[in-house]
Design a protein around this ligand. Structure first.
Ligand code: FES
Ligand code: FES
Length: 170
């Protein structure tokens, strides 16, 4: 029987934050490691590396996903967004990022990128989400700082602001 070579590389092609990526990855390389070490985008953090803490959350085809539970080769053809995509421009913050700043939702910042990517997906899919939905959505994220209160308030504030903006544009 032929043996798999763990070091054999495969070419993987996908979209990352709106730009095409084509690079070689070992078959066993995690997507989180690929994004951080091969691409050099270190905004995606890595905590537990087995799908529990949520720190590595990115968006794959618009849905939140744990980058540590995907192999880089599984990203083939996908549309991937990381926390670096949230800013609308150099030195500017999205409504969600600004709300985190206003409400002191950042704390130590370790789990923040994953939480932002999860909440950003929630805001896009369910702009009318309320407190319970936000809390429910955050249940996949372990934060070991002072707690979740400021994070929930920041998310609700961003949702409010986005709804007001949509109304004023109608
Ligand atoms: S590092 Fe991926 S879930 Fe913890
Ligand atoms: S902000 Fe520090 S662990 Fe969540």
């Amino acid at each position: 029987m032929s043996r798999l070579n763990a070091h054999e590389k495969k070419t993987v092609t996908f979209k990352l934050n709106g730009l095409p990526v084509r690079a070689d990855a070992e078959s066993r390389m995690l997507l989180s490691d690929f994004i951080r070490h091969e691409i050099g985008l270190t905004g995606t953090h890595v905590g537990c590396e087995h799908g529990v803490c949520g720190a590595c959350t990115i968006q794959v085809d618009g849905a939140p996903a744990r980058a540590c539970l995907m192999l880089a080769v599984q990203a083939e053809g996908a549309d991937i967004r990381t926390v670096e995509a949230l800013s609308p421009g150099e030195g500017r913050l999205s409504a969600l990022q600004a709300a985190f700043k206003r409400h002191h939702g950042l704390q130590c910042g370790f789990c923040t990128p994953g939480i932002l990517m999860s909440l950003d997906a929630l805001i896009s899919a369910r702009p009318d989400a309320g407190r319970n939905e936000v809390r429910d959505h955050l249940s996949g994220h372990l934060c070991r700082c002072t707690g979740y209160v400021t994070i929930v308030e920041a998310a609700l504030s961003a949702l409010d602001e986005i709804r007001r903006e949509v109304k004023s544009n109608v």
